[in-house]
Design a protein around this ligand. Structure first.
Ligand code: FNR
Length: 182
């Protein structure tokens, strides 16, 4: 059987390092894991008044989350937290009350930043939000990734220096998602 993984990238930037990471790290997964990046850039700003009449983009997001057996968040850190665009997407798919799409979906959390702390604070905040939403998260290994020369090779794959570490992360994630779905 296949495992559908909804990948949520916490950056809308065209040349986003986090999107590059999302494109690259999925190549380290086995063939029975199928990853799909969900689009969050076209979501309206969340407004509770619209709960009864959600935009098409909101319905699409919720359907994609509901169809998945796992989640992978790869996020930028903005001002020591998660970017507003990511929180907006999380809020959208969590509503209306009692109809959250997130419940029980096992999630991995990764992030790339230009700073040495490698999105550690953003990931901490994200863990807090996901915990409230009843999303089990992989605790170890943690991956706080700094963007530097060689993180990606010319073809956009994970570079040699980071390959072993991120392969181990992916192997652990894959085994854990399977266990969560068993
Ligand atoms: C940043 N950046 C940043 N980096 C970091 O390590 N900690 C932080 O708190 C912040 N804060 C922050 C706020 C805002 C508004 C911006 C635009 C940027 C820098 C950030 O790591 C850098 O822009 C990355 O390139 C963002 O990830 P993407 O867009 O490349 O995926």
């Amino acid at each position: 059987s296949q495992y559908q993984i909804a990948v949520v990238v916490g950056s809308l930037r065209r040349e986003s390092f986090n999107r590059k990471m999302a494109d690259a790290i999925v190549k380290l997964a086995p063939a029975d894991f199928v990853f799909k990046q969900v689009q969050i850039g076209d979501l309206p700003l969340y407004n509770q008044d619209d709960d009864g009449n959600p935009a098409e983009s909101v319905k699409r997001l919720k359907a994609e989350i509901l169809a998945a057996q796992g989640l992978l968040f790869i996020t930028a850190e903005y001002n020591r937290s998660i970017p507003g665009v990511l929180k907006n997407a999380i809020d959208h798919a969590s509503r209306p009350y009692g109809q959250s799409a997130w419940v029980g979906k096992p999630a991995g959390v990764l992030g790339v930043s230009v700073g040495a702390a490698g999105t550690a604070m953003a990931q901490q905040h994200l863990h807090n939000v996901l915990s409230y939403l009843d999303v089990p998260t992989l605790g170890q290994p943690e991956a706080f990734i700094q963007n530097k020369d060689g993180l990606f090779d010319e073809a956009g794959n994970i570079g040699e220096d980071s390959k072993k570490f991120l392969q181990n992360w992916m192997d652990t994630y894959v085994a854990w998602v399977k266990k969560q779905n068993a």
